[in-house]
Structure formats: structure tokens, C-alpha cells
Design a binder for this molecule. Structure first.
Ligand SMILES: O=C(O)c1ccccc1NCC(=O)[C@H](O)[C@H](O)COP(=O)(O)O
Length: 209
């Protein structure tokens, strides 16, 4: 099976285009002001305008108020919403958009409970737990905590790089992988050669399946 790839935390038109040319399936835009990868609605709209057809756009929020999500949806043509905080399933479902829910994994039960609680999501993104940060930590976690039974497609995130993504896919067999810091030269600035190396590794391991 082909593993889908999301590159999150795009902040510049050039990086969005580079990700598209490298064959990334979808980019992520971070609408969380505390993030070094935060983009305003107008910067995000410019990035999306420059993207070619068939590259998806995910808008990432952390504990937003409803009005923030609605304003962004009016300004930026997003394909999918990603909730990366403590949002309830009811909150995530109210926008008439497909959505994914991120969880920070400490133990296997975290994932099992989330699969049940967020069963209406179109993907569950498993990320590393950090007590101080909601995401984009560059840290990985113990992939053995991820159960084999997955009622919702699993997106693996957290500290992925071209050095470990093949091993991660071979072990976890996720629907998709999500990377941010592992394809950056500086926070918020993507590195084209790191994106290419990452994609090559994903393709390489997918061919061995
Ligand atoms: O990217 C951020 O700064 C961020 C801040 C707060 C919540 C989520 C954030 N990013 C979420 C992502 O989708 C990242 O791709 C994911 O956490 C993996 O990041 P990394 O470990 O750097 O690959």
C-alpha cells in the first residue's frame, strides 16, 4: 500500500511548491499563534493559491474558539481540519468539514480510548507527548504502543526524518505519515533536499511491501 505523506508547518509559498513538486500528498498550515510555524489567514491563502491541483491542504488548530475556525474557513480554502489540542468530538464535527484529531501518546490506552472517542474523524494522528507543547516537538515515541486494530486510519507523527521513516512505516504500517521538524533547516523553514530524501525513503519502503 502507498503511504500518504503530509508535510506540516508550511509558512512560505516556496516551501508549499517544493513539497508539491516532491510528491507530498498534503500540506499542513498551522493557525496556532504560539507556534513558530504560525501563519495568518492571508499568508495561508497566498500559499494555497500557489499550489497545483491535487495537493491537499490541512488547517491545524489548537483549542481554537469556534469563530477562529469559521473565520479561517472563510479566508482559506482548506480541505481538512486538524485539531491538535483538547477539542471534543462535538466541537470538531460542527464545521461541516472532514477533520482529523491529533493525540499525544503516553500509553496504549490513550490510543485505544481516542479511537473510540473520535470514531467520526477521518484520521487519528498519533504524536509524541510533551508536557509543555501540543505538537511540532521533533520527538518520537514508542511506536509499539500503537494497537494493530484501528477503526480510524492512523497517521503517524512525531520526530520522523528520512533516517527513521522507513523503519516507522515497516513497523507501524500507518495510513499516512506526518512530518514537520524533520524536513526543516530552521523552525518554520522547510529544506527541499530533506523533503526529497524523506519522500524517497517513503517510496523505497512502500515498494518492499
Ligand atoms: O508545528 C507546530 O509548531 C505545532 C504546534 C502546536 C501543535 C501542533 C504543531 N504541529 C503539528 C504537526 O502536525 C506536526 O507535524 C507534528 O506534531 C509532528 O512534528 P515533528 O515532530 O516536528 O515532525
Amino acid at each position: 500500500m502507498r503511504t500518504r505523506v503530509k508535510v506540516c508547518g508550511i509558512t512560505r509559498v516556496a516551501d508549499g511548491l517544493a513539497a508539491a513538486r516532491a510528491g507530498v500528498d498534503t500540506i499542513g498550515l498551522v493557525f496556532y499563534e504560539s507556534s513558530p510555524r504560525y501563519v495568518t489567514n492571508s499568508a495561508a491563502a497566498e500559499i494555497v493559491r500557489a499550489l497545483p491541483a491535487f495537493v491537499g491542504v490541512v488547517g491545524l488548530f489548537v483549542n481554537p474558539i469556534e469563530a477562529q475556525v469559521r473565520e479561517t474557513l472563510t479566508a482559506v480554502p482548506l480541505d481538512l481540519l486538524q485539531f491538535h489540542g483538547d477539542e471534543s468530538p462535538e466541537f470538531c464535527s460542527q464545521f461541516g468539514k472532514r477533520w482529523i484529531k491529533a493525540i499525544r501518546v503516553r500509553e496504549q490506552q490513550d490510543v485505544e480510548l481516542a479511537f473510540d472517542r473520535y470514531r467520526n474523524a477521518c484520521g487519528l494522528l498519533a504524536d509524541a507527548y510533551d508536557p509543555a507543547l501540543y505538537g511540532g516537538t521533533g520527538q518520537s515515541f514508542n511506536w509499539a504502543l500503537l494497537p494493530a486494530a484501528r477503526p480510524v486510519p492512523l497517521i503517524l507523527a512525531g520526530g520522523l526524518t528520512s533516517d527513521n521513516v522507513a523503519r516507522a512505516i515497516a513497523q507501524v504500517k500507518p495510513w499516512a505519515v506526518d512530518v514537520s521538524g524533520g524536513v526543516e533547516s530552521h523552525k518554520g523553514i522547510k529544506d527541499v533536499s530533506k523533503i526529497t530524501d524523506f519522500m524517497n525513503e517513503v517510496h523505497r519502503v512502500d515498494q518492499t511491501d
